[in-house]
Design a protein around this ligand. Structure first.
Ligand SMILES: *Cc1c(COP(=O)(O)O)cnc(C)c1O
Length: 229
């Protein structure tokens, strides 16, 4: 008998991380995909360093935050203490935070309007730093949600490239909470495929296995690892 088999699998614990890892491995196997084709982003928003450190110690190196200010206050100390950490911005970005965002983050999942493209292009050039960029698609066309409507995605992606000189690596979506996510994941994958984009940031605690079946390359998992916020 081992502790790991009897310990709860939720809450901010290495056991919860191991349970998420096991489910990712199983989904990859079911989808006949290589485990290495999926990046687990541990979403640590609202959690302090004392909750994050055990997850780093368990081997996790990719983390997600949804606010630039919060990330700036807690991550520089951690990234200097623990080498090899990658930080992903998964929440909305304001133009006036683009400078800090480019300086802090290795990936930005929320590119969703021309003013952000312009601000990012300027900072990428002046800092000579190239975070991986995702365009957020508002697949449910929800008025309160950020993202480009699916019907405008192709034109927006073309303008990212041609007008702003940005290299977009993939698409991100957050399906409506009250709908099955599969159709939203499939739509995001379809838009990415026709635009020659290989990365798909989709799937959260409740649905990351489903997202992996539908092609997710980056899953953003918070509460299943850290517990309730
Ligand atoms: C908070 C958040 C997540 C993680 O959500 P969980 O349900 O806790 O896994 C994923 N993506 C985005 C954009 C988020 O803001």
């Amino acid at each position: 008998m081992t502790e790991a088999n009897t310990a709860p699998v939720t809450g901010h614990s290495p056991n919860a991380l191991a349970a998420v890892e096991a489910e990712i491995a199983r989904a990859c196997k079911d989808a006949r995909r290589d485990r290495a084709s999926v990046t687990l982003i541990a979403v640590s928003k609202t959690f302090a360093a004392d909750a994050i450190i055990p997850i780093i110690d368990a081997g996790q190196r990719v983390f997600g935050e949804n606010r630039v200010q919060e990330a700036k206050s807690k991550w520089p100390a951690l990234t200097s203490a623990y080498p090899g950490i990658a930080l992903h911005l998964i929440g909305p970005l304001q133009s006036n935070k683009a400078k800090e965002a480019v300086a802090l983050f290795d990936a930005i999942h929320s590119v969703d309007r021309p003013s952000i493209c312009q601000a990012l292009a300027k900072e990428i050039e002046s800092q000579n730093k190239h975070p991986q960029l995702f365009v957020q698609i508002n697949t449910g066309e929800e008025p309160q949600k950020a993202g480009i409507p699916p019907g405008e995605a192709d034109a927006f992606l073309a303008s990212c490239r041609d007008t702003y000189g940005l290299t977009i690596s993939g698409l991100m979506c957050i399906p409506p909470v009250d709908e099955p996510p599969a159709a939203h994941f499939a739509l995001t994958a379809k838009i990415a495929a026709r635009n020659g984009l290989t990365n798909l940031s989709m799937g959260m605690s409740a649905d990351f296995a489903n997202a992996i079946m539908l092609g997710a390359t980056h899953v953003r998992v918070g509460s299943a690892i850290f517990g309730h916020r």
